[in-house]
Design a protein around this ligand. Structure first.
Ligand SMILES: *Cc1c(COP(=O)(O)O)cnc(C)c1O
Length: 350
């Protein structure tokens, strides 16, 4: 059966107004990839799958929520959408707005957005504004301006973003036949963890697919939900989760509690280490933030804080490594140069 995008496939399960006019890039339907090598590296004895959200049209899971938010905005007659972004929301909003014929404006924290994300937003024709402040400052600004003017806010405060993002939980259950025992994922502004939990609960009520325990992972330098208070100057290489005041923090804590899971922090070193390990062992290259869920999982399993024997675990890898190539290249010396001669090549590689 041909695939027509998320609203076509799951629209009847999403709480969207009737005026919604679907705008799709055929997002979603991402693979659930078995990660045998990585599971073995972590000690083995359990099943591990990667939900590779980097394979969405603009390279991150944000497209799931954006198809819903922009479709609603278009149907309502909006002409302009706006968001604050650590990068991926910007690229996604810009792409869906372009497709819908809407103007997009994105606010990014100055100097804290990976090159590939900024380039995407510009390529899709967004008006990009840098804010001399944090993501949290940018989010406060767009919330204010969208209340004052008729500009549609498409951050995950927008309820339709959450509706759209529930579809990832539906897909996991459809693929596995039930919910996994554990779901681990990175947590930034906490829209995604909120969506997954809502999605799993809805599917369980509808199809008795069961519920996972949820392991949310923040970066240690941006871990307000672990510390129990906002972080004024969040710092982490995982720019997509460099957020000190998560808009849906309460809901994230609730998801962790209700699911008998938890929210923990991983250091930048653990995150970058997992990013490399995942690429080298499985051929899956994700951006740093996307490796946070797995980094947290590995730490918990390694310290025997999490019983995984015979369990089925899904790790959500939220965005593609191509968005943030600098992180990899800046830590390595540039590749060796040889003259175009066979003996030189032999000497270099044999
Ligand atoms: C947005 C984003 C996150 C964090 O998701 P939240 O919904 O803000 O918690 C994690 N990883 C990537 C790649 C993202 O783009």
């Amino acid at each position: 059966m041909a695939y027509h995008g998320l609203l076509h496939k799951y629209g009847s399960l999403l709480d969207l107004p009737t005026h919604t006019r679907p705008v799709s890039l055929l997002e979603g339907d991402t693979p659930l990839i078995p990660a045998l090598n990585l599971a073995r590296e972590m000690g083995g004895g359990f099943e591990l799958f990667i939900k590779f959200e980097g394979l969405n049209p603009t390279g991150s899971f944000k497209d799931r929520g954006m198809t819903a938010a922009v479709s609603e905005a278009l149907g309502r007659g909006a002409t302009t959408v706006i968001c604050a972004s650590t990068g991926n929301t910007a690229a996604s909003a810009a792409a869906y707005a372009a497709r819908a014929g809407l103007k997009s404006i994105v606010l990014i924290p100055q100097g804290k957005v990976a090159a590939g994300k900024l380039a995407g937003a510009l390529a899709y024709g967004a008006q990009v504004i840098q804010v001399d402040g944090s993501f949290d400052d940018a989010l406060s600004l767009v919330a204010l301006i969208s209340e004052k003017h008729s500009i549609c806010l498409v951050n995950s405060i927008n309820p339709y973003r959450i509706e759209g993002q529930k579809t990832a939980a539906f897909e996991i259950c459809d693929t596995l036949g039930s919910a996994p025992d554990w779901l681990c994922l990175p947590v930034g502004n906490a829209g995604n963890i909120t969506s997954y939990w809502a999605g799993f609960k809805q599917y369980d009520e509808l199809k008795s697919t069961g519920l996972p325990r949820v392991l949310g992972v923040q970066a240690a330098g941006a871990a307000p939900l672990v510390l129990g208070h906002p972080v004024d100057r969040p710092e982490t290489v995982a720019t997509a989760i460099c957020i000190g005041r998560p808009a849906r923090g309460e809901q994230a804590l609730q998801a962790a509690e209700e699911s008998r899971g938890r929210i923990i922090a991983a250091t930048d070193e653990q995150i970058l280490d997992m990013q490399r390990t995942l690429a080298r062992l499985e051929g899956i290259w994700v951006e740093p933030a996307s490796a946070a869920g797995l980094a947290g999982l590995a730490a918990e399993v390694g310290a025997a804080r999490l019983e995984v024997r015979a369990k089925r675990i899904v790790a959500v890898c939220t965005g593609h490594g191509l968005k943030d190539p600098d992180i990899v290249t800046r830590e390595m010396s540039s590749p060796k140069i040889v003259p175009p001669k066979l003996d030189a090549l032999e000497e270099a590689i044999l």
